[in-house]
Design a protein around this ligand. Structure first.
Ligand SMILES: *Cc1c(COP(=O)(O)O)cnc(C)c1O
Length: 399
């Protein structure tokens, strides 16, 4: 018996059963559908990509996996070299793990220990945003702020080690003034908060965050598990404002295998480096640096570069703006567009009840949540397919 995610199992409708998938299409027993969710935003090259398939096949004939404790291998070396060269600034030190949540845990652990290694045991608090989502493990839930995902933490009473602030500069300045001596890091999903409701905010906030982190000696962490690899219309938001630690996941492997990476800059790495074994980072996921994952991730990045994915994403944004222009409905609170993400926020979750079935009947797989109907399409989508996705979203309100 499968226990499905985010579901009351007793009330769950049977999920669509996928038998094959290619390009933007899911072939299910119930019919063919364009995947407008890119399998939780990860399948940026579409399904069954020949180059990515080949990367996995050739590696699996050598070895699928070896542990990274005491062993290393070419795929993980090549990927970390590539990331060091490809990512901005001196974000050069790659700690691999098997999921975004774990990679965020690693980032938070690094931030805490960075100060402990200096003998500063008082910096136990994390600054984070309201409506933040950083994963479903316990520390990431605590750092997050979304009653729908994290309500269970209420059992513990008030949060002791996390302060959540809005994306207003004044709120951030106040928090830094009040708490800076206790803060080890400020963690954000930069520009676009995904699971917390596709909320978009201004770059000026991040620029000010960088200044305040410098002023008060607090580490800035960008959780780009969702925003990385072009989703906001920027390759990485880290290209615009440089964090001290960058977390990547989801699209890292083109959606082929769960893998993630926590990338630290030189200063953070130096905080652990030295002759004292007690200052080591004590972490090591069993499947970190998995050879299949690293092989496919490397090819995914090469495709991203060689086939000018940033241009593809600009085109998606252009078409989306054109198609959504003038769209409104009394049930719609706001339409938000950024890069390869479009979100239609309605006033009440009931306004979206039945939308998934409606979309499926029109050949589109969608997974609205709460008050948010959205699309985050694979970047290889063509114009006709994208228009079909957007038309389906609009048609729901014209029934
Ligand atoms: C999905 C997500 C995570 C968690 O990644 P998993 O691989 O599901 O553990 C963390 N942060 C952000 C911003 C995400 O969107």
């Amino acid at each position: 018996m499968i226990w499905y995610p985010y579901q009351q199992m007793k009330l769950m409708k049977p999920p669509f059963k996928v038998v094959d998938a290619e390009g933007v299409y899911l072939y299910t027993e119930e019919g063919n559908m364009i995947d407008s969710v890119s399998s939780w935003w990860s399948v940026i090259h579409g399904y069954k990509h020949p180059v990515l398939n080949e990367a996995i096949k050739s590696q699996v004939d050598k070895f699928a996996h070896v542990m990274l404790g005491g062993l290393t291998h070419e795929p993980v070396e090549k990927l970390s070299d590539k990331l060091a060269e490809w990512l901005p600034g001196d974000l050069d030190y790659c700690f691999f793990s098997d999921s975004g949540s774990v990679a965020v845990e690693v980032a938070l652990k690094i931030a805490l220990q960075y100060y402990v290694n200096r003998g500063d045991w008082k910096r136990t608090k994390v600054l984070a945003l309201t409506h933040a989502y950083h994963g479903d493990t316990f520390k990431t839930m605590e750092v997050g702020d979304d009653e729908d995902y994290h309500f269970i933490l209420e059992a513990y009473g008030e949060k002791k080690y996390v302060i959540n602030i809005s994306t207003e500069i004044s709120a951030m300045e106040e928090a830094f003034e009040k708490y800076h001596e206790e803060l080890n890091c400020f963690i954000v999903e930069p520009l676009l908060q995904g699971a917390g409701g596709m909320r978009m905010y201004d770059l000026s906030f991040l620029k000010r965050a960088r200044e305040l982190c410098d002023k008060y000696d607090v580490l800035l962490i960008f959780d780009e598990v969702a925003t990385g690899f072009g989703r906001t219309g920027n390759r990485f938001v880290a290209d615009l404002v440089l964090p001290d630690i960058l977390v990547l996941g989801k699209a890292l492997t083109g959606g082929y295998i769960g893998h993630a990476v926590t990338v630290a800059n030189h200063r953070v790495y130096q905080g652990f480096y030295g002759d004292d074994p007690d200052k080591a980072l004590m972490h090591g996921p069993t499947f970190m640096g998995n050879a299949l994952a690293c092989s496919v991730a490397l090819k995914s990045i090469q495709l991203f570069e060689q086939e000018d994915y940033m241009a593809k994403i600009r085109r998606i944004e252009e078409i989306t703006r054109r198609e959504m222009e003038g769209f409104s409905d009394e049930r719609v609170k706001e339409v938000r567009i950024m890069g390869g993400c479009v979100c239609v926020e309605v006033y009440h979750p009931e306004h979206l009840t039945g939308y998934q079935e409606f979309a499926a009947e029109r050949g589109v797989f969608s997974r609205p949540f709460l008050k948010y109907m959205y699309a985050m399409v694979p970047y290889i989508i063509n114009e006709e397919e994208l228009v079909q996705v957007l038309d389906t979203m609009k048609a729901w309100f014209r029934r």
